[in-house]
Design a protein around this ligand. Sequence first.
Ligand code: SAM
Length: 215
Amino acid sequence: MNSPQTTRLDAAHFDAKARKWDENPAFRERGEKLAQAIRQAVHLGQHMSALDYGSGTGLLSFPLKDELGSILLADSSGGMLDVAAKKIAEQGVRNMATLKLDLLADPPPAQRFDLIYTSMTLHHVPDTDQILRIFHDLLNPGGTLCIADLDKEDGSFHGPEVDVHHGFERADLTRRAEKAGFGEIRFQTVFSIAKESETGSRDYPVFLMTARRAS
Ligand SMILES: C[S@@+](CC[C@H](N)C(=O)[O-])C[C@H]1O[C@@H](n2cnc3c(N)ncnc32)[C@H](O)[C@@H]1O
């Protein structure tokens, strides 16, 4: 990240995409597949409080809402959260709320969570070590962190002009999560995103990492 010729995809970028986000069937399908992977990896329960960080419009959280006690949808894009809030109101959902939040810039919420999950957001967050430490502090002891993101790629997923992490090496992310205080770190490949380019079609695998806060 941080090359002078590149731009970050900031809140204004996602604000502009928000209204049509759910029209993309690939995004909806991604939410369903990741929800299923979380269900299989974590013992969910209606006593649990969850944080969906970088929630977007809530495409991962809506499929999980009946299996969790409460879900806070947090995102730095007010536009994304407006769409999420509208869906919550329209569907009469009583256990989901939204919060505009950038954990690298804003004070963390006072609430603590049993589960934090984040889908395709970590590569947008500049300081991976800092966000992992904050996630650790926001979890109750014994709580679980689930990160879904791209495996290491060559930068072609977003293109050379976009300033993001080019996916993550699983071994490197494991070391960083351990340094932040996590244990029982496991990875699985959930699906791949196919993208067309001038040189043909290309697959970008998406992993789900689960990790536990011990104490
Ligand atoms: C690729 S979208 C994924 C949205 C959603 N998780 C999904 O899978 O549909 C990335 C999301 O992360 C949010 N985001 C990016 N940087 C963030 C930050 N520092 N803090 C909170 N949210 C952030 C964006 O606003 C956007 O909603």
